[in-house]
Design a protein. Structure first.
Length: 283
């Protein structure tokens, strides 16, 4: 039998059983897409990463890697928390300060800075002026009768952002229980995820939650891609290029953001905790 090293890592947190979990598989040589899919279904986490060194180097000596992400049902072009999880594992095996990942979304560079892992992502686009009639029902199902300050849409990430009024307390955001199955039934179109956000307090610039039933994720614990949208929105609103946020799902997690001068990129930084290390026994 063939042994493959596998880890489970909680991203965007410094303690176990919080943040967003992902599995990370270390491949010395490539395996078939079918096998990757089977392993991901077996792990049954939102994402499993498959990583191997470029050009026959070892995990300890290489700075360039091939990286793919699979959900239990399909391969995805980009995943923030699983990239962070992969980097957290490699940084325990590798002395480099920066690693490059060759992915379906191009080359992603990830660096470490103290206890933080920093990932550079494209900044999502945003439209504030629009006709929201096609998403009226989804909005109602998402936030009920809570008052909305502003609505925005990101076509590059297919995410709808709902900014609730400042009168809405953090407890109201935490207690929201949207009917995600009804949300999915109510809309089949441009929206593939809904971000609900309020102004922050206690050292946070903003709070958010994220629902993506269209992608098979009723609620995501901590979402890198949602923060490429939120960084654009709150950075503009608060006139800040450095932001700290909390995604207040049940597991919860913290994300630091830095908007780069040209405003087309954002650095997302967080911590990660390795909760499990083992071996897959594959015939």
């Amino acid at each position: 039998e063939h042994k493959m090293e596998i880890y489970i890592v909680d991203s965007f947190t410094d303690k176990p059983f919080s943040g967003n979990p992902a599995a990370v598989c270390l491949l010395n040589e490539d395996i078939s897409a079918e096998k990757k899919q089977s392993i991901s279904a077996e792990m049954n986490l939102s994402e499993t990463s498959f990583v191997r060194p470029k050009e026959g180097n070892s995990f300890g000596s290489s700075t360039e890697f091939f990286l793919q992400w699979f959900t239990p049902t399909c391969e995805v072009p980009l995943c923030g928390h699983a990239t962070m999880a992969t980097a957290a594992v490699l940084f325990t095996l590798n002395d480099s300060l920066e690693l490059s990942f060759h992915t379906l979304s191009g080359v992603l560079s990830v660096s470490r800075d103290g206890g933080y892992i920093r990932m550079t992502f494209p900044l999502a686009n945003l439209t504030l002026q629009d006709d929201w009639s096609d998403v009226e029902e989804v909005i109602k199902l998402s936030v009920g009768s809570l008052p909305i300050e502003k609505i925005a849409y990101s076509s590059s990430t297919k995410k709808l952002l709902l900014h609730l009024e400042d009168t809405v307390e953090l407890s109201s955001l935490v207690q929201l229980r949207p009917d995600t199955a009804a949300m999915q039934r109510a809309h089949e179109g441009r929206v593939r995820g809904v971000i609900i956000t309020i102004r922050g307090s206690d050292g946070y610039d903003f709070y958010s939650r994220y629902f993506a039933p269209w992608n098979g994720i009723p609620e995501d614990p901590v979402t890198g891609s949602a923060h490429t949208v939120l960084a654009n929105y709150w950075g503009t609103l608060l006139r800040k290029d450095e932001l700290v946020a909390r995604q207040c799902s049940a597991r919860g997690g913290d994300v630091k953001m830095k908007l780069l001068a040209d405003n087309q990129k954002v650095i997302l930084a967080g911590k990660a905790f390795i909760v499990m290390k083992g071996a897959l026994l594959i015939p």
